[in-house]
Design a protein. Structure first.
Length: 140
């Protein structure tokens, strides 16, 4: 995987509570890492164009591939990018990597499909044009 394709990266702190009986990060934690990357991405790219109390996105689908384990003292990052913009949904890609000997090693990757929502009336909406424009400009 070429990490230069990703313009957004979030450092991840591994917590003691993330570790399971096999002394590596539990598989359920990776979705939390994806979520953290996604939130930081939207905060950076969309900024104050979203009123999260009224509208935003809900996750409709997630998929994850586990490649190699993470451990408590690993130096971990979540790379995030939007790979597809539809009319009401988008597809987001994440890669969880650890830095080992100054090299990035992919530990997991996955995609999520998010649907734009009006939270007040609980209805899907078209992704607003200004959101699309900001995402497209960022991902150029």
């Amino acid at each position: 995987m070429i990490f230069e394709d990703f313009k957004h990266v979030t450092p991840i702190q591994i917590r003691f509570v993330d570790i399971d009986r096999l002394d590596h990060v539990n598989n359920a934690c990776y979705l939390n890492f994806f979520e953290l990357g996604r939130v930081k991405y939207f905060n950076l790219v969309l900024g104050n164009t979203i009123n999260w109390k009224e509208s935003g996105f809900v996750i409709a689908r997630t998929e994850i591939n586990h490649i190699t384990p993470l451990y408590l003292l690993d130096d971990v990052y979540c790379f995030t990018k939007i790979i597809k913009l539809g009319s009401k949904s988008l597809t987001i890609k994440n890669s969880i990597v650890k830095k080992t000997n100054n090299e990035l090693v992919e530990c997991a990757n996955g995609i999520g499909v998010l649907v734009a929502m009006n939270y007040l009336n609980k209805q899907s909406i078209e992704i607003p044009a200004n959101w699309k424009k900001l995402i497209e400009e960022f991902e150029k």
